[in-house]
Each structure stands twice: as C-alpha cells, then as structure tokens.
Ligand binder design. Structure first.
Ligand SMILES: Cc1ncc(COP(=O)(O)O)c(C=O)c1O
Length: 426
C-alpha cells in the first residue's frame, strides 16, 4: 500500500501575508501583529483534544539552606518542602524572608500511565488520528519508551490498535514502560541494525498490515485547516473492513505535539494562575526538545514575559537549535503561524552532562531526598535535571530574578527500568 497525502499543500499565501507584517528583533524575528498572533492561537486551540480540559495542579517547592554542617548530596546543603496549595493569581506570593522557592507544574499527576509531556504531546494527536478515521497506529521507541506506552494506552482507550516497534531484544523481565507497552499494545522487538533506519522500518511494518498507510506528518496540514472542535469524529462511519494505518514518529517529535503545549501555556497564563504580566523562567528537561519548543511558541504567541529554559539531555546545542528551527518551520508551513525564527528557547547544559540515559552515582539518593521531603517523584534521566536547574535558579529570585516554574514531564515509571539496569545504584 502506498502512503497517501504525499503532497504538501501550498502555504505561500500565508508566508507572504505574515512576512509583510513581521519585523526583525535580533536574535528573533517575530510578528508584531497581535491580531495575527491571536488569530493563530484561536485557530490552533479550536480543535478536539484528548484531555477534557487543560487543568493541572501547581505546587510550590520551598528551598532552604541547611544551617548545620551536613555532608551535602548532589543537591547541595539544602532541604525542600512542598506547599501543595500555594496562592496564585492576584495573591502570587512575593519572596518571604528570602525563602527561595519554585513552582512545579504537576503534569505527572494527569493520568496514571499517560502523564507529563506525553499527555500534552498526545493531546491534539489522538483526535487527529480519529478524525482521519485511523484504525491502527505504528510507532517506535527504546525498550523503556514512555512514548510507546502512552500511545498504546491512549489507543486502547479509543478502540485503536497500537503496533509498537521496540529497539533491541525483549528483556527477561518486563517492567515499567516495557510492561505497559506489552499489556496495551502489539509489541515487536527490532534488531538495532534495522531500527537505525527508523523511517524505513516504520513504513515497512505499516505496509505489512493490510490497509492504507498514512504518515502523521501528512495529516498535519489538514489539521490546521479543517480540524475544528465542532467537527464530528467520523471514526465510527468508516467501513469496518478498511484499515487506515497511521505512522507516528519516535517520541511524537512532530509539530502536532505542539498545540497541547500551547494549550498548557494558555491555561497557566490565566489570571487566577500566573497571569500574563508576571515574568517567569519556565524550566523543562529536553529529550528531542519538542516540549520546550511548544512552550516557547505558546509564550511568544500569547505575548508573555516568560523565558523557556530547557535542560539538554540528549544532544548538542546545535542539534537542539536545528530541531527548534525544524518544528517552528513545520508549524509555520502548516498553519500560517506568524513567526519564523529559531531562538525561542534558552538551551542549557544539565549540571552533570553524560551519555543520554545514564545514571550517575548519588542521583538515586537525590531522587530519594526529593521524594521523602516533598512527595514528588523525579527520575535521574529526565526530571531530576529539571529539578536541579529550577532549584539553582530559584536562589536568583531573591537577587531580582524572575519566578521559576518547573514543568514535571512525568516519566516516573522509567524508574522501574532503571532499577533493573543499574542494580548497584538502587
Ligand atoms: C519524562 C520525560 N521528560 C522529558 C522528555 C523529553 O521530551 P521532549 O522529547 O519533548 O524534549 C521525555 C521524552 O519524551 C520524557 O519521557
């Protein structure tokens, strides 16, 4: 079967329209027209979503320096406490007694299995597949992929069939996300040499399922032009014998992942949350960088004085900037987004850089300290990095810095896989 929707529709109309209204602000080129940005936001948010609402819990983590001489762990000589009901909106707290703190967006609490940035990235994606009468989804990931597990659960909840291609060999004992992937989806383990050519692998697997094959990328443009919240879900009107197989890239690092993040930014900028005038430093950990770029686009289009600080975990700064540029141009191409520049996100090194996925000595203890003192579970690969940077930046608020807000990107089931792999640390 051949993929359909191969051609890219002309968008030069939008390009001309918006370029002529844009002015250059180095290093960014942004559109000055508030009405165009508002139009874009309205257009992008007027769609069906996976999450019934964008709501999330906001907690505040107080960071206190310990007076007593103590053998400091990786997090320094500090202790944390959690205010799970902090004043927001008009009552957003001023700094009290030089008490450093940062807010944490508890997206890890959104769903027991599909949480954090997975819930946001799939927020617009699943309805798009349904609205194009998709029946099957093919995607891929590493052995402990939170993405494949999230796709499997979301598909099962909607009566879609998930085909998951996992890199490498089946582990002896299934745990964490691998276990969830197996329980909810149809897993095939793929030799690393074959997996290295993801595109070919995904297409050939999709072709082996009898039906019409579509790439998610190709549905994207239609999603910005005809996909509206009022549109009915015509999944049920499809002839029952006809399969439509949708290929979703690894990690859902596609532009369709961005609207869910923009929706989150809009929610957080409501007057009774952080409002639109409060300068904020938003801290997020970055794998592909898609989550950070989505937050950056949301902040820019809503005209918010927010800086997105993304902690780089898996690539070089050049790689992240390339991905940022790619996602922005994809969104521009499909939607006529009135911006066309590359520097929305402030990319920073994690405190202890290493090969992606590695755990270092002392990190499990740091996660343990955070869990015991605040009730928040972070993992050494992703969210510990965000926590450390948020904690460091929070100390600057007292010196006139902006308030710090960390996005909890979820992924805590990854701990089970790490415990299996790094036995000596647990
Ligand atoms: C828990 C967690 N945090 C962060 C990320 C990275 O997100 P992104 O690839 O959008 O940068 C991932 C992987 O997608 C993840 O599983």
């Amino acid at each position: 079967m051949k993929p359909i929707f191969q051609g890219k529709p002309p968008i030069s109309f939008f390009r001309h329209k918006f370029h002529s209204q844009c002015s250059s602000i180095n290093p960014q080129v942004v559109c000055n027209s508030t009405s165009s940005r508002e139009e874009f936001i309205t257009n992008i948010l007027d769609r069906r979503w996976t999450l019934t609402n964008p709501d999330t819990k906001v907690h505040q983590i107080n960071v206190s320096n310990l007076q007593t001489q103590h053998n400091p762990g990786l997090l320094g000589n500090v202790t944390f406490s959690n205010n799970s009901n902090p004043p927001l909106g008009e009552n957003l707290t001023e700094l009290h007694n030089n008490q450093s703190s940062f807010y944490i967006i508890r997206d890890d609490l959104l769903h027991p299995l599909v949480n954090g940035n997975k819930a946001r990235k799939l927020d617009a994606l699943l309805p798009l597949i349904e609205d194009h009468s998709g029946t099957d989804v093919v995607t891929c990931g590493g052995c402990q992929s939170a993405h494949t597990a999230a796709i499997a659960v979301c598909c099962a909840e909607r009566g879609l069939k998930a085909h998951l291609l996992l890199r490498g060999e089946q582990p002896q004992i299934l745990t964490g996300y691998t276990l969830i992937s197996m329980l909810y989806g149809n897993v095939t383990y793929i030799p690393r040499s074959v997996y290295s050519n993801r595109e070919e692998m995904l297409l050939s697997h999709a072709d082996s399922i009898s039906g019409t094959v579509v790439r998610l990328d190709d549905l994207l443009t239609t999603s910005f032009t005809i996909h509206k919240s009022t549109k009915s879900n015509f999944h049920n009107t499809r002839p029952s014998n006809l399969k439509k197989i949708v290929i979703v890239n690894e990690g859902a690092g596609d532009a369709i992942a961005l609207p869910g993040l923009i929706r989150l930014v809009k929610y957080l900028s409501e007057d009774n949350k952080f409002g639109k005038n409060q300068p904020l430093k938003i801290v997020v950990d970055a794998g592909t960088g898609t989550t950070a770029v989505g937050l950056g686009i949301g902040a820019l289009c809503l005209g918010l004085p927010w800086e997105i600080t993304a902690v780089m975990l898996a690539d070089t700064i050049e790689g992240y900037r390339k991905q940022e540029q790619h996602l922005i141009s994809e969104l521009c191409r499909c939607s006529g987004l009135p911006l066309m520049h590359t520097r929305l996100v402030h990319w920073v090194q994690r405190p202890r850089p290493r090969k992606f996925g590695n755990v270092l000595k002392g990190e499990v203890e740091a996660c343990q300290q955070i869990a015991r003192e605040t009730g928040v579970l972070v993992d050494p690969v992703y969210t510990l990095a965000g926590w450390e940077v948020a904690s460091q930046l929070s100390q600057e608020e007292g010196k006139g810095g902006a308030k710090v807000v960390m996005i909890h990107t979820g992924g805590t089931l990854g701990m089970f896989g790490l415990a299996q792999r790094y036995k000596s640390y647990f």
